[in-house]
Ligand binder design. Sequence first.
Ligand SMILES: [Zn+2]
Length: 319
Amino acid sequence: MNAGKTTYPLGWENYHACASYDREEWFRVPTTFTNGMLKINFTPSHNSVYFAYFTPYSYERHLDLIHQAQLSPDVKVEIVGKTFEGKNIEMLIIGKPRKDKKIIWVIARQHPGEPMAEWFIEGFLERLLDQDDAVSKKLLDDAVFYVVPNMNIDGSIAGNLRASASGANLNREWQKPTKKYSPEVYYVRKKISETGIHLMLDVHGDEELPYNFIAASEGIPHYTEFLAIMEAKFIGHWMDICPDFQNTYKYPLDKFGEANMTLCSNYIAQQYGCLSLTIEMPFKDNAEMPDKKYGWSSDRSKLLGASVLNPVLKVLPQL
Ligand SMILES: [Zn+2]
């Protein structure tokens, strides 16, 4: 009834809702958005049906992801700190740290209502931990990964779209996080300052744009030619190997010096001078390669997460 009053009303234009009878297969059903009201137009063929904004990624599945990953000989689980409500913030350390290795951070789901970000991480981890995959083997020879699959555990359990349990938008807390209001960012930021960093990937979903795209750090005060070259190389190579990723439709570029420095990727690029990217996937579909039945799905999010290892390998020597 009040869809017009939500944070992203344009998200309802050309939107197909997710539906499931068995909570395993999530298919798309048509909607209309008129006078601020979202109508799901669907006659179910069973007596009970679930609807969701996007295929859910449950806390149970999150715990399975963390604990299955730790069985790999390449993985150590570490608790970085506690959330506002006292839950563990889990980090996976992948690959044995060595002084000359590059340090890569991958975080997801600062915005808890963007579950495609954790599906992305699941696909990313499956490939990175596949010992038969040459790209992954090469990456683990030369880099250590620090991965936080869910930055906003409390918000995910509560079903929030953007906020943590304290009410914080975690991706606006990177300049001055506090233990009290935004412990999730406070502890991860502290850990980054201890490990150092050569590459940051921060994974999100976008309500409005039906595309996969990257937001880079062109608007930060310390923007350099090095960053511009590395961003172009990463984006170009990802496009070459994955038709689901593109660079035409994206957020308007920030003017030099006008970036929002409270965002993770801008803060990290400014603070460490390293390549730092926000990855966005659609809630709707990839309009360039639409799928009528499933739209942008958990499976496609996983495959995109697996594919990102190629551009990471490509830029690694220069990071
Ligand atoms: Zn987001």
